[in-house]
Design a protein around this ligand. Sequence first.
Ligand code: ATP
Length: 313
Amino acid sequence: MIISVTMNPSVDISYRLEEFRLNGVNRVENVLKTAGGKGLNVARVVHLLNSPVMATGILGGTIGDFIESQLQLDGISHDFLKTDQESRNCIAILHDGNQTEILEAGPTFSKQEEMQFLQHYSKLLEKGEVVTISGSLPRGLEASLYSQMILLAKQQQIPVILDCSEKILKQVLDFQEARPLAIKPNIDELNELLNLQVSADDINGLREAVSHSCFSGIDWVLVSLGAKGAFIKYLDDYYFARIPKVPVVNPVGSGDSVVAGLAVAILQKKTVENVIKTAMTTGVLNAMETQTGFVNSEKFDFVYSQIEIQKIM
Ligand code: ATP
C-alpha cells in the first residue's frame, strides 16, 4: 500500500461573508470544515483511484479527532501517532472577492515525540510499498526528520516521493545519504531552490535546471508547470508533458494530485510514459473539481488519452 505522510495536518475552515466588518461582529452562515494538509489530499486522491493507502502523521485533541472522523467518512484508512497537543485550525475568510487567511502555528513537538513518530512510522513501513511525504513540518521538527524517514524507507527498499517547500527540500537534498525516489517541485519552487528565473516555456533552461548536481541520485524530478503541464527528468532522460485544455474550476491541490498519481503508477510498476501520463491526468482532474484534492475517476481515461509526451533529446 501507499503510506501518505502529513506531519502538519489541519482542519481547514472557510467562512464565506457578504462583507467583512473589521473590528465588528461577523456572522457566518456558510461554514465549510474539511480535513486539510497536502498529504491528506494525496491520500484522498489515491483512494479515489482505488489504490490502497494509509494516511499517517501526528494528530491531537478534538481537532485531531475531527480530522480522523473526516477520513473515516471518506473511507480512507489512517493510523496517526496521537499526542495530547491540539492539532491546528486554518481559517480562510472569503469576502468581497478577497481571501483573508488566519493560520494557527499548531503544536510544537519535542525530540521525544519525534522519536515516537519514527517508531510509529517504522511499524507502518512493514506494510508499505511506496511512501509519500508532503508539506510543511510543525514547530520543533526539522528537515532532518524527512531525511530519517527516507533513510528508514530505503532500508526496506521502499521508494519515497517527496513534495515540500524549497526550504525543506534544500536541506533534504544536502543530505546525500537519503535520496527520495521522486520529487515534485513546481516551477516557482525549482527557481527558488536554484536561484534561477526559468520560465515554463524555456525547455533548454528547464533541462539545465533539472540536471543540477543537487538532484543526483534522484530518479524522478517532476517539475509541474500548472496549465502548461510538466517537465520531467527520469534517470538520464528528459520529457515534456503537454496537457489538454479543460474547464478549470479549482486548481488548488493539483500538485498533491500529481503526487498521488505518481505514487499509484509507481506502486503498479508502470512504464515511464504511463507514470508521467497518470501523474498529469490526476493533476488535470483535480483542477476540474471544486473540492481541493479531489478527482472524478470516471473522467480518467478521457483525460489520460489526451496527454502528450515529448522526449527531449
Ligand atoms: P498545489 O500547490 O496547488 O497543489 P502545484 O503548484 O504544486 O499545486 P501545479 O504546477 O499548479 O502544482 O499543477 C500540477 C499539475 O496539475 C500540472 O502539472 C497539471 O497537470 C495540473 N494542472 C494545474 N493547473 C492546471 C490548469 N489550470 N489546467 C489544467 N491542469 C492543471
